[in-house]
Design a protein around this ligand. Sequence first.
Ligand code: NAD
Length: 359
Amino acid sequence: MPTKVAIIGAGGMLEHHASGFLTAGAEIVAIADVNPESAAKAAEQYDVPVVFDNPETMLQESDCDAVSIIVPNKFHAPLAIDCLAAGKHVFCEKPPAMNAAEVRQMIAAAEASGKRLMFNFNNRARPESYAMRELIENGTVGRINSAQAKWIRRTGIPGFGGWFTTKAMSGGGPLIDLLHMVDLAMYFMGYPEPAHVLGQTFRDLINDTSFKGPWGIPDNADGITDVEAAAHGMIVFKTGQILMLQASWAEMVKREEVSVVFQGSQAGGKVERLFEKDGLDETAIDTCELYVQKDGASVNRTIEVEDCPDMGRSRSAANFVRTIEGSEQPLNTPDQALSLMQVIDAIYQSAETGQPVSL
Ligand SMILES: NC(=O)c1ccc[n+]([C@@H]2O[C@H](COP(=O)([O-])OP(=O)(O)OC[C@H]3O[C@@H](n4cnc5c(N)ncnc54)[C@H](O)[C@@H]3O)[C@@H](O)[C@H]2O)c1
């Protein structure tokens, strides 16, 4: 019997979830969206038999094993908790929630129900990340002492006054939205426990319409834009490892860059995406490299992997289905999501107080 998945939220990310679930052999049995037109359109595209205009009715009436949550960040925790309480496995979009306190509640709900809770940290599912993890696991890299995580956009504000730029809906700006590279760096580093965090956020350009990105959601003239445009920070882990981070939607940088660079005791490395056209994944220029010292000489190795324009999004959704079916190991755990949100919370706290935060 195929795994039956229901989807909440028929916005921009649904296509990647649907593609991954179908690739893994699952069946999409229902779609719920508060905008019934969006739900109906997606249902037609993916031949889904039932649509709902709210998630609550879907949970009561739909016979599904798992639910995929693809809605604005404010709704991640309450919906995940409802789904878990109804006995469903949950695949939730990033960020895991608005803050670490909410992630703790989600974890408690997962433990109470015995169901799987996973998050869409899709960059872990990129071919580059699989290749790099193998080099880390087989000892080629040694211990990663230090890393730098960046997702920086020069003109990438995803619309003004919509949910992305309203803190009460999103939890914050690029720091929380573009947390992928911080997650990927911590994943490569073995998800060490954070000890101290120091950060700063900047709002200079957040209301400048010339910094709007080529994607996102429509502007809402009556809406609120109260999040940061850029964030910088440093995390020292209990192991002594250290991570620097930079995330921006609007910042005076040359071009969009998405990267994790690390320095290990045996080798350094880089997973990087640049763009011919900022923000358009189909114009990606991906690089995966390893830096070693061999026979007294510096050697840079290019790691060849297959192209993956969607940044692992479909593969990540497939991993969720295969995990609940028992044929793959999960690409992420709730404890890692908690640790990541603690770091994000601490950077916002440090920015607000001007003080380092100890965890
Ligand atoms: N992993 C990635 O690469 C990636 C990329 C973009 C967005 N995201 C995440 O995906 C989530 C959704 O983003 P998006 O770009 O698809 O947003 P979107 O605004 O395009 O779509 C959200 C959809 O959810 C619906 N919705 C809102 N509240 C709802 C509710 N309470 N119940 C049911 N439906 C509801 C809206 O009507 C809309 O159709 C966000 O958490 C975002 O951070 C992830």
